[in-house]
Design a protein around this ligand. Structure first.
Ligand code: NOJ
Length: 532
C-alpha cells in the first residue's frame, strides 16, 4: 500500500483529563499534568493522545457541556498551558487530538442564553425549539439518553427545546448554516493552534428528522432498562442527511495538512461504515466499538471481525476500540487474565487501535458509593448500573498516598488495589500487563504487517481464535486462547513454521513447527518463515 498516514500506522490513547494527572492539588487532573506524563506515553509507544473535553464548562456532563468552544476551563489550565502541551507533545512526535462536541452546547453557552431570551432573538434558530403537542406536552416521544423526555419546556416563551442528553445540554440546529459556519471556525481555531485532529462527539446525532416524527417503540425494551431503550432512535439519529454535514466538517479538516477526523458512532456495522462517506469524504475513522459489545468466544469474535473487515469500504481504514470513558473497564468486563489476550487482539487486528488510559495496567471498575456518585446519568437513573464513574477513576501511577495522581483529595475514589496495581510496580515486572502492552506496541513498528496486512481467519473453535496477517513482505500468525484451560495441538495451516515473536506470558521464544499449544489465557504472535 501507499505510505500509510500517521493515523493509520499509529495508536491512539485516550486521556480522561480529570483523572490522568493533577499538578495543583485540587484533586482533578489538568493540562500541565498531561504534559508531565508525556514521556510515559512515549515509552509506552503510542502515537496520538485524544483528550476528552477541556473547554470552559459548568461540568454538568464533565465537559461534554461546552460553554466556550475556544477556551480552556480554568480547572484544566489556560490557553498558554495548552500551547505548552502541544509544543511538548510535538517535540516528542506525539499528536494531540481534541474532543469536539458539536451536537449540543451547555445551556450556559452565550449562544443558548441568547436563543432562549425570546422567540425573536436572532439566535433562536441556532437551537431546536418546537411548540408543545396539542395536549401541552413535549412535541414528540423522543427520550433523553440520560433518562426522561428529551424536551424541556421554557415557560417564558412557551416552547420546548430539544436535548438528546441532559437538560443542560441543548442540541444545536445543524440545519442552520450560521451554526455550521461557527462550528467550522472552531475547528480552524484549534488546528491553527497545532491540534492534529478531532474525535467528534455523537457525530451520528447531528441531524434529526426534519419533521420531528415520533421514534418507533422498541419491542426489546424491558422494565428496568434505561429510558433511552424505550424507542428505536431511527428518527432522532443517523439521518441520511448527516453525511453531507460530516463531509463539510471533513472539508474543513482537509484545509490543513495531516489532520484526522474521528467520529463517535454507536451503530451496527452496516450503518457504521456509511460514516466513511460514499466517496470517503466522511470521517477518516468512524470509531468501531464492536469489541466493546462482543462476547469473548472465538466464533463470535471471528464473525464480527470478518463482518467488519469486509464492510470497511475500499480505501477506508479500519479501527478498533476496547474501552472508553463511557464503558465498563475491559478488565472488569472479561476478567484480568483474558484482558491480556484482548490486548494482543487489539494490537494485531488490521487498522488503528485506540486505548483507554489505565487499561494498559489493567485498571478495573471502581465501585462508587451512592453518595460519591458524580455521573449525571447515574444520578438521573440510579441503581441500574448505568453510571460511568467506575471507569473514570484516577490513574494509578504509584503506591504513594493518592497513587501519584494528586496530593489533594481525588474527585473520584482510587481503586482499592492501587498500591499493587500501578505503573511503577508494573514497570519493574517484565511479565506485567504494562510490559506486555509495551512489547506489543513496539512490535508494530518493525512489523508493518500488523497494522496494514490483510486479515485471514484460520480457526475459530470454542475459545481458540487463530488468524493470519499477511503482506507481500511478511506473514504473522496470531493464536489466542480465550479460556482458562490448556489448548493442545491447535490445528494450523499445513507446513506452518516460524518463530514466536511474543506471548502474553512474555516467556516464550521457541520455534513453531506444524502445531501449537497454548496455556490458559495465552496468546502468541508467530512470525512465519518466508517461503522460498
Ligand atoms: C458521548 C460522550 O462520550 C459521553 O461521555 C457524553 O456524556 C455524551 N456523548 C454527551 O456528550
Amino acid at each position: 500500500m501507499a505510505q500509510a498516514q500517521w493515523w493509520q500506522r499509529g495508536i491512539f490513547y485516550q486521556v480522561y483529563p480529570r483523572s490522568f494527572q493533577d499538578t495543583n492539588d485540587d484533586g482533578i487532573g489538568d493540562l500541565d499534568g498531561i504534559r508531565a506524563r508525556l514521556d510515559y506515553l512515549v515509552e509506552l509507544g503510542i502515537d496520538a493522545v485524544w483528550i476528552s473535553p477541556i473547554f470552559p464548562s459548568p461540568m454538568a456532563d464533565f465537559g461534554y457541556d461546552v460553554a466556550d468552544y475556544c477556551g480552556i476551563d480554568p480547572m484544566f489550565g489556560d490557553l498558554d498551558a495548552f500551547d505548552r502541551l502541544i509544543e511538548a507533545a510535538h517535540a516528542r512526535r506525539l499528536k494531540i487530538v481534541l474532543d469536539f462536541v458539536p451536537n449540543h452546547t451547555s445551556d450556559q453557552h452565550p449562544w443558548f442564553l441568547e436563543s432562549r431570551a425570546s422567540r425573536e432573538n436572532p439566535r433562536r434558530d441556532w437551537y431546536i425549539w418546537r411548540d408543545p403537542a396539542a395536549d401541552g406536552g413535549p412535541p414528540n416521544n423522543w427520550m433523553s439518553n440520560f433518562g426522561g423526555p428529551a424536551w424541556t419546556l421554557d415557560p417564558a416563551s412557551g416552547q420546548y427545546y430539544y436535548h438528546a442528553f441532559l437538560t443542560q445540554q441543548p442540541d444545536l440546529n445543524w440545519r442552520n448554516p450560521a451554526v455550521r459556519a461557527a462550528m467550522h471556525d472552531v475547528l480552524r481555531f484549534w488546528m491553527a493552534r497545532g491540534v492534529d485532529g478531532f474525535r467528534v462527539d455523537v457525530i451520528w446525532h447531528l441531524m434529526k428528522d426534519a419533521d420531528f416524527r415520533d421514534n418507533p417503540p422498541n419491542p426489546e425494551y424491558e422494565p428496568g432498562d434505561p429510558d433511552i431503550r424505550r424507542f428505536i432512535q431511527s428518527r432522532s439519529t443517523d439521518q441520511p442527511d448527516v453525511h453531507a454535514i460530516i463531509a463539510e466538517l471533513r472539508g474543513v479538516i482537509d484545509e490543513y495538512d495531516d489532520r484526522v477526523l474521528i467520529g463517535e458512532i454507536y451503530l451496527p456495522i452496516d450503518r457504521l461504515v456509511a460514516y466513511y462517506g460514499e466517496n470517503l469524504e466522511g470521517a477518516h475513522l468512524p470509531f468501531n466499538f464492536q469489541l466493546i459489545h462482543a462476547s469473548w468466544n472465538a466464533p463470535h469474535l471471528a464473525a464480527l471481525i470478518a463482518e467488519y473487515d469486509g464492510a470497511v469500504p475500499e480505501g477506508g481504514w479500519p479501527n478498533w476500540v476496547l474501552g472508553n470513558h463511557d464503558q465498563p473497564r475491559i478488565a472488569s468486563r472479561i476478567g484480568a487474565r483474558r484482558a491480556r489476550v484482548a490486548a494482543m487482539l487489539l494490537l494485531t487486528l488490521r487498522g488503528t487501535p485506540t486505548m483507554y488510559y489505565g487499561d494498559e495496567i489493567g485498571m478495573e471498575n471502581v465501585p462508587i458509593a451512592t453518595e460519591d456518585a458524580q455521573d449525571p446519568w447515574e444520578k438521573n437513573e440510579p441503581g441500574l448500573g448505568l453510571g460511568r464513574d467506575p471507569e473514570r477513576t484516577p490513574m494509578q501511577w504509584d503506591a504513594s498516598p493518592y497513587a501519584g495522581f494528586t496530593n489533594g483529595r481525588p474527585w473520584l475514589p482510587l481503586a482499592a488495589d492501587f498500591t499493587t496495581r500501578n505503573v511503577a510496580v508494573q514497570l519493574e515486572q517484565p511479565a506485567s500487563l504494562l510490559g506486555l502492552y509495551r512489547e506489543l506496541i513496539a512490535l508494530r513498528r518493525p512489523h508493518p504487517v500488523l497494522h496494514a496486512g490483510t486479515y485471514r481467519k484460520i480457526t475459530a473453535l470454542g475459545d481458540v481464535l487463530v488468524f493470519l496477517r499477511e503482506s507481500a513482505e511478511e506473514c504473522v500468525l496470531v493464536a489466542l486462547n480465550l479460556a482458562g484451560t490448556v489448548q493442545d495441538d491447535i490445528p494450523l495451516p499445513p507446513d506452518t513454521h516460524g518463530r514466536v515473536l511474543a506471548s502474553t506470558e512474555r516467556d516464550r521464544e521457541e520455534r513453531v513447527e506444524g502445531h501449537l499449544s497454548l496455556r490458559p489465557y495465552e496468546g502468541v504472535i508467530v512470525a512465519l518463515d518466508a517461503t522460498a
